[in-house]
Design a binder for this molecule. Structure first.
Ligand SMILES: [Zn+2]
Ligand SMILES: [Zn+2]
Ligand SMILES: [Zn+2]
Length: 55
């Protein structure tokens, strides 16, 4: 049985959908990238195409 559990990145501005299994987890939330998980401290985006998030 294959379980696919996907969730939108917890970053509010982010449009990425992440596999919970592969996500960067921080404070119980799932993010698509370290940048999102850290709240974009350097203003860098997550580098995924189509996403313009950067805090
Ligand atoms: Zn993003
Ligand atoms: Zn983000
Ligand atoms: Zn992303």
């Amino acid at each position: 049985m294959v379980t696919v559990t996907q969730q939108k990145c917890a970053c509010a501005d982010c449009v990425c959908i992440v596999n919970v299994k592969d996500a960067v987890t921080k404070s119980g939330r799932n993010y698509c990238s370290d940048a999102c998980a850290e709240g974009h401290p350097k203003g860098a985006g997550c580098d995924h195409s189509g996403c313009a998030c950067h805090g």
